[in-house]
Write a protein that binds this ligand. Structure first.
Ligand code: ADP
Length: 174
């Protein structure tokens, strides 16, 4: 599923983000950049130890922000480590922090002059952010970025399962 915005493409696909060939893939990281389960574990396993070596040098990344490393053995050139919020009921700034994690990732891509980027569904696994709410924020934040001046020509959401894919489809078509 695709949407054209301002001559650029926003695309939804179901699969494993580690095999994406976009310039950057985004990791749903924790603030310590220590690696973990879920998409974080998959990226470090597929990319090899170089990504963790660079992550350690960064010394952490606060919730709602994003940090960049190279991508080791992955096909992508960079991994952007975005730190989404843990869901605590929605009254602890979660929507703003989630939007900020996406926005900061897009800003890093812009600073680096990247043409393409892939996102997972940040915060909706171990961090328990409700899927439909997270999808709406993710899609709205990317749409807003693509409507402005950006070198990004292609933004892909790589959804790991059907439930996530359907939630992002609903968000994209609403
Ligand atoms: P968080 O801690 O931010 O919630 P998780 O990694 O637990 O991060 O989950 C975020 C999302 O990433 C979930 O929807 C999960 O299904 C998905 N996911 C897990 N592995 C992969 C993968 N290899 N590629 C893309 N998405 C993945």
């Amino acid at each position: 599923m695709q949407l054209k915005i301002n001559g650029k493409t926003l695309e939804l696909t179901q699969g494993d983000i580690t095999s994406q060939e976009t310039d950057a893939i985004v990791n749903a990281a924790n603030s310590g950049l220590r690696g973990g389960a879920g998409v974080d574990g998959a990226i470090h396993r597929a990319g090899g130890p170089e990504i963790m070596k660079e992550s350690r040098l960064l010394g952490g990344c606060s919730t709602g922000s994003a940090c960049i490393t190279t991508a080791g053995k992955l096909k992508a050139k960079y991994v952007i480590h975005a730190v989404g919020p843990v869901w605590r009921g929605g009254e602890s700034g979660e929507p703003q922090l989630l939007a900020s994690a996406y926005r900061k990732s897009l800003e890093i891509a812009l600073e680096k002059g990247l043409g393409s980027i892939s996102f997972p569904s940040i915060s909706t696994g171990a961090y328990r952010y409700p899927l439909d709410d997270a999808a709406a924020i993710a899609i709205a934040t990317v749409k807003k970025h693509l409507a402005g001046e950006t070198p990004l020509k292609n933004v892909v959401f790589v959804l790991f399962n059907e439930a996530a894919f359907k939630a992002y489809q609903r968000a994209l078509s609403s």
